[in-house]
Design a protein around this ligand. Structure first.
Ligand SMILES: [Zn+2]
Length: 125
């Protein structure tokens, strides 16, 4: 996901880190010949990059984690409703209706909160 640079700071080892509008951070090292970003070494250069967008892999990971958790929760809810409809003696169409209702009424907020909770991966710089 593209996110704008809102500022810069130095990490503990003296490497420049871009602060992104999403709250995540990303190293923007000048380390030739591997990484060539001479602009990061001057305040003027860094200022000229404010508002420039970087790909934030952390945001992509968070979005995918939420999508996977929501998919799993909806699948479980639909399967459970379908099974319960069968136990109640509903026909296939009635069971299908119950399953579709379950998709619309499942409370997704707790699922999203769990998916976005800080994990063992920790925070990036
Ligand atoms: Zn981000």
């Amino acid at each position: 996901m593209r996110q704008k640079i809102t500022g810069f700071h130095l990490d503990g080892e003296g490497h420049w880190v871009a602060d992104l509008e999403c709250g995540h951070r990303q190293h923007v090292r000048h380390d030739p010949p591997w990484m060539v970003r001479p602009w990061v070494l001057t305040e003027e250069g860094r200022r000229s990059r404010l508002g420039v967008e970087l790909d934030c892999k952390r945001c992509d990971e968070a979005g995918l984690a939420v999508a996977e958790a929501v998919r799993e929760a909806l699948k479980t809810a639909a399967q459970r409703a379908y099974e319960e409809g069968g136990l109640s003696g509903l026909c296939a169409e009635g069971r299908w209706d119950l399953a579709l209702d379950a998709l619309g009424t499942t409370d997704l907020l707790p699922v999203i909160h769990r998916a976005l909770a800080p994990g063992p991966r920790g925070d990036a710089e």
